[in-house]
Write a protein that binds this ligand. Sequence first.
Ligand SMILES: *Cc1c(COP(=O)(O)O)cnc(C)c1O
Ligand code: SF4
Length: 400
Amino acid sequence: MNSVETIIKEAQGAPAIAPQITQPKINLNPAENRILSLFKDASILDWEDWRWQMRNRIRTKEMLEKIIKLTPEEEDGVDRCKDKLTMSIPPYFASLIDPEDPKCPVRLQCVPQVGELTKSPHEMEDPCGEDKHSPVHGLVHRYPDRVLFLVSEMCAMYCRYCTRSRMVGDSSRTIKSSTYEAAYEYIRSNKKIRDVLISGGDPLMLADNVLEDIIKNIRAIPHVEFLRIGTRVPVTLPQRVTPELVSMLKRYGPIWMSIHFSHPKEITKRTKIACDLLADSGIPMGSQTVLLKGINDRPHIMRRLVHDLLKIRVRPYYIYQCDPIVGSKHFRTSVSAGINIIEKLRGHTSGYAVPTFVIDGPGGGGKVPVGPNYVISNDKGKYVLRNYAGKKYVYYDPEK
Ligand SMILES: *Cc1c(COP(=O)(O)O)cnc(C)c1O
Ligand code: SF4
């Protein structure tokens, strides 16, 4: 039925046909087919099933060796770091790794390196001071009007630089339904909370009905205006974004989604399908990117990332200075690397493509924006400014 007919029918009181959210057709690329072939009797239907992807995550050195050529340093890293943070790579995400290149930006994020075992000066187990701002287990209440609600300790892939590595991993099991109940009670009794950010771990590791229950409970609190879901699943396991999941989310809007992207290589056809499903269901998306040495710290890489994000309808939201988590030295850049990236974006490209660069104040300060300085001087309301190209302009405050 075309849209004009629909409008006429609706006008006549007939029920409009609800648009169906359907799964687009999927084809696997050669890298995906190569990995799929390592699993006996597995088909493209298995590959597309997120639970199959979860069951078959790459978690041993033996399996990883079949996919990429490990360097001696990586072998050592895999052997020695597995107790610190689970190694876990869904077959789909593994297909993005360059098997020959030890510096592949996808590989550096998911394959352990021995540097994780070295504690450098100023590094901490809980760099953002979340535990001390936690009124009940699973909730972080740092800002007056919003809370961070950690609903899962699991992720599809564990990022080796994870700021919550103290609590995430397949063996962590402290968040359960009694945790949820206590969190609902806290949010209910704090009328100032208007924004609940559901995160983890990854909330999309939960089954649809469990997630729906959480969303429904929070939605039922009258002073909560708005929900957000923080996830990396559209990147590491886009198969999880099913038509069923997005139909459920659509029923509880407004829901916004913050997606953790690190590199343009992560924006694949498959990720685009997942993001299209979300955007078409009315879920606005923002990206959060951790600034990582050798991965995305060069301005031209970050420029490609933010441009590619806009093409899949994801608005670049934050770039984070990498938190000083224990064993993160090999991932961290200087702060000036982040400021320089913003300098190279602002004014040079679409404003929508420019995220805010923030440092999470170590010990619990929350996000502090840092960026290039465009005010050269301010003398009694006479502002000397510079623009993106370095030209000077003067603006005067209105006379008193
Ligand atoms: C990042 C964060 C938020 C959300 O901050 P926004 O700037 O509103 O996105 C809320 N609570 C905590 C503890 C956070 O770390
Ligand atoms: S997806 Fe987020 S919570 Fe999970 S390991 Fe990566 S950074 Fe940590």
